[in-house]
Ligand binder design. Structure first.
Ligand SMILES: [Zn+2]
Length: 522
């Protein structure tokens, strides 16, 4: 599938305020993409597309985190070199993102040269600031998190070994090594100050409070190099060590836009890092501390979305088996999956998904509400006006359209994507009710009903265009098709959707946008 970019590259004279740099967490290359990965990419893609619809110059980066012990172990288990292993995984991920219409502008991999150079330069700057020293590290290490755990971060059950609460199936290891340390403790106060001055740095607010609590408890220095691990970015001037995976991975946000070349400042700072709420500590404590130390500007916000559960379990490599990504895509098509995941799971909290609920949502929202509106409106324009949208407007639905756009912008700017969908679908409902009230089939029989019928059909065409524009970030392929059926060559901006002249455009009814499903038994 070809990728479409709404924002022309190299556009000149763009207001610097209108740039929008958005990233997601880079995915760990130790398995196949699952629904948990997909939710994050789709949500970030909707944000990127929404900002493009507002006319901003968006730069959207995703990628792969390809170093670390687990990758090495997976490669060994598969009997291939680590590079061959990560090449294969990266290919699998990019294919999935293409099918799901993820509109990223760049895909960064931490095994790339451009990344290695940037990581080493960032470390040199941190060292120049006096924040690195050598020491011995020992502690509990979770291979799942690729991180050391303090006692209070571990779950202990009577008579059992300590476990990582995020990875209860993995054994916790006691590790001891000579390492480079980062003086994180020196950043407790600057970070508290940051959250005081810029509380919007962490969103939603619940996550801000968690991080503030951690900071108020004080920070300890962290080890940022690893010995004995042959798969990673070499530590500058100390080839026995490689860079700790989180310092390596986080730096992708900089290296993807050219760091250390000065041109990175044309795109940096990021407007938002979209991440899962389980990695806020790394993004809201480690990352800003590294950047402060290196004298690099901080990102504007970190958005931590919640967990999606299936059958009561967080979607992950193992839980993915219960509802695999390819099956979920195939069930009702990629756009329907995008719609369902963001309709059902609040972007600022947790949510649960099931096959049954997916089928229900598809049928009620897409095949019935939206599908029927499209079908009825376009059929009537063809039947009563030979396919030409009449020149008239009706006030009642027009106000609903204006209100929907205004409300949509409010909730989308606040990151409440699920409410963005709800707002668009309310307009769809109103338009369906409007058809019932206006009864165009009766107006068509009334010799004096012509002007009212024109107004009704014109209003419906307008409502369809506005709904298609609002839903386009969520269902880019189907909604682009809908605007084509309204006789337009491209999807308009929000402003244009309200004002574009539609009279005289020729509509095409076509096949149902959302065919009724041949529902499979769950
Ligand atoms: Zn863990």
């Amino acid at each position: 599938m070809k990728r479409r970019h709404q924002t022309p590259r190299g556009r000149r004279n763009v207001d610097p305020k209108k740039r929008f740099y958005i990233t997601t967490a880079i995915d760990y290359a130790n398995g196949s993409p699952h629904l948990g990965h997909a939710v994050e990419k789709i949500g970030a893609d909707v944000m990127a597309r929404y900002h493009r619809r507002k006319g901003e110059q968006v730069h959207f980066v995703i990628g792969m985190d390809e170093h670390g012990l687990k990758v090495l172990q997976s490669a060994e288990a598969a009997g291939v070199s680590p590079q061959a292993w990560v090449d294969g995984v990266a290919h699998e991920f990019t294919e999935a993102w293409d099918v799901l219409s993820i509109s990223h502008d760049d895909f960064i991999r931490t095994t790339e040269d451009r990344h290695h150079r940037g990581v080493q330069e960032l470390i040199k700057r941190i060292e120049a600031n006096g924040d690195l020293y050598q020491g011995t590290y020992s502690g509990y290490y979770c291979v799942g998190c690729e991180g050391y755990k303090t006692e209070d971060e571990l779950a202990r059950e009577e008579g059992k070994e300590a476990r990582c609460p995020v990875h209860p199936s993995l054994e916790i290891q006691w590790m001891e090594e000579e390492n480079w340390f980062f003086r994180l403790s020196a950043y407790t106060e600057p970070l508290l100050q940051l959250l005081k001055e810029r509380p919007e740095f962490i969103q939603p607010e619940a996550r801000l409070n968690e991080i503030r609590k951690v900071l108020e408890g004080g920070l300890e220095d962290i080890s940022v190099s690893r010995s004995r691990l042959p798969w990673g970015v070499p530590w500058p001037n100390d080839p026995d060590h490689i860079v700790y995976v989180w310092l390596d991975a986080l730096t992708n946000y900089l290296t993807a836009v050219g760091f250390p070349h000065e041109s990175f400042k044309e795109t940096w700072p990021a407007d938002v890092h979209v991440i899962g709420k389980d990695i806020t500590r790394f993004h809201c404590i480690y990352w800003p501390a590294f950047l402060m130390s290196a004298g690099v500007e901080l990102p504007k916000t970190v958005w931590a979305h919640g967990f999606v559960t299936y059958g009561g379990r967080k979607l992950s490599k193992s839980a993915g088996v219960a509802f695999e990504l390819p099956e979920a895509i195939e069930r009702h098509g990629p756009d329907a999956l995008r719609y369902y995941l963001l309709r059902e799971v609040p972007w600022n909290g947790d949510g649960a998904i099931t096959r049954e609920l997916f089928d229900e949502r598809y049928t009620s929202d897409l095949a019935n509400d939206l599908g029927n509106l499209v079908n009825r409106a376009l059929t009537m324009v063809e039947k009563y006006r030979g396919g030409g949208i009449p020149a008239a407007e009706s006030r009642s639905l027009d106000e609903a359209c204006h209100y929907a756009v205004q409300r949509y912008e409010e909730v989308m700017d606040a990151g409440l994507l699920h409410q963005g969908i709800a707002t668009a679908m309310e307009l769809v409902s109103l338009a369906n009710g409007f058809i019932e009230r206006q009864a165009p089939w009766t107006l068509a029989k009334d010799p004096a009903g012509g002007p009212e019928l024109d107004a009704t059909l014109a209003s419906l065409a307008r409502a369809l265009l506005v709904a298609a524009t609002l839903l386009h970030p969520f269902m880019p392929e189907r909604m682009a098709e809908l605007t084509r059926r309204l006789g337009l060559s491209g999807v308009p901006t929000l402003e244009e959707a309200l004002e574009l002249k539609l009279a005289g455009l020729t509509v095409t009814r076509g096949e149902p946008l959302f065919p009724r499903p041949d529902l499979r038994s769950p």
